[in-house]
Design a binder for this molecule. Structure first.
Ligand code: ADP
Ligand code: MG
Length: 300
């Protein structure tokens, strides 16, 4: 007899970041906004992924949840073994300090006007109670790795937008987070400067050991990571995987199927075949067919 008790492993059991049917509903003046409507996402340790999607699709909400800033309404969110729906206040403080780093779009909001780059990178380490020598070494290492050693003693108003964002990445990385989250970090920058900031994110991923999740509108950025996840209406709708690491690497687009078997058929496909509310599915030997149900009515 087969071992009946052998259970399927839990969804995402080996992933660093797990979102399983994640829901976030905002209540604003009696109106409900479903920012996340059952979103699934897995990110593995060491990955660097881009998240794309139209304005209002729920990208920032997702990042706020993963950052431990916002609490989801329902579903499951786990990062490095921390269940984000079940954190005590103290655990949430430690989670935000030690497990995740966060970089915002607004360059000015990532730094402190009267602190130099070295001082602002030192701050989260001081709060974590790390010894002075170690803090000084880590600040210097980060400034060097991110290419902003020349900004060590400068305040934000003495740095360019790109330099400010690279220092902000340094602040986010100060306490060696497992996951670095960046919400449109190049949104306010020209394309050349954006490239420098993107390189700094890559350094964070490759050389400094953080898993990186970056939300971006910039096709030049999303084209340079191995996996791009698209969000539509608060759900993951498709993924593009690239083989190799260069700009012109071969890309293949996949639709995402959730745990209940739901798949989103792209609008172009639906329009081309006038697929509407009901379709016919058929199982072939090595694929599944989707046909308009009008075909069935027309055939004898
Ligand atoms: P994106 O970052 O993809 O542009 P957001 O996550 O910011 O999208 O927003 C998703 C949806 O949730 C939008 O409809 C937005 O208006 C709504 N939303 C975001 N934050 C709030 C909030 N604090 N209160 C009410 N609605 C919100
Ligand atoms: Mg946003």
């Amino acid at each position: 007899m087969p071992a009946a008790a052998e259970r399927e492993p839990e969804y995402g059991h080996d992933a660093l970041v797990v979102c399983d049917n994640l829901v976030r509903i905002y209540q604003a003046e009696g109106i409900e906004v479903q920012a996340l409507q059952g979103l699934d996402l897995l990110v593995h340790d060491g990955e660097m992924i881009a998240i794309v999607g139209a304005s209002g699709s729920g990208k920032s909400t997702l990042l706020q949840v993963l950052a431990g800033v916002d609490a989801p309404t329902a579903g499951r969110a786990r990062v490095a073994g921390h269940d984000l729906l079940d954190l005590s206040r103290g655990e949430r403080v430690r989670y935000r300090r030690d497990v995740v780093g966060f970089v915002r779009q607004q360059t000015a909001r990532n730094l402190v006007p009267y602190l130099t780059a070295t001082q602002v990178i030192d701050l989260p380490m001081t709060i974590a109670g790390r010894p002075r020598r170690e803090r000084a070494q880590r600040s210097a290492l980060l400034l060097e790795a991110l290419g902003v050693t020349h900004c060590a003693d400068r305040r934000p108003d003495q740095m360019s937008g790109g330099e400010q964002q690279r220092v902000a990445i340094g602040v986010a990385l100060a306490n060696e987070p497992r996951v670095l989250l960046a919400d449109e970090p190049t949104g306010e920058l020209d394309s050349e400067t954006a490239q420098e900031v993107f390189s700094a994110l890559r350094t964070a991923n490759r050389d400094l050991g953080s898993t990186v999740i970056v939300v971006t509108h910039d096709a030049a950025v999303s084209g340079q990571v191995a996996r791009t996840v698209a969000i539509r209406d608060g759900r993951t709708s498709s993924e593009v995987l690239r083989s190799g690491d260069s700009h012109d690497a071969l890309a293949e687009e996949y639709a995402v199927m959730d745990g209940a078997g739901r798949v989103q058929v792209p609008r172009e496909y639906r329009e081309a075949l006038a697929l509407t509310r009901r379709v016919r599915l058929a199982l072939a030997e090595d694929h599944v067919q989707i046909r308009s149900d009008r075909d069935a009515e027309e055939s004898p």
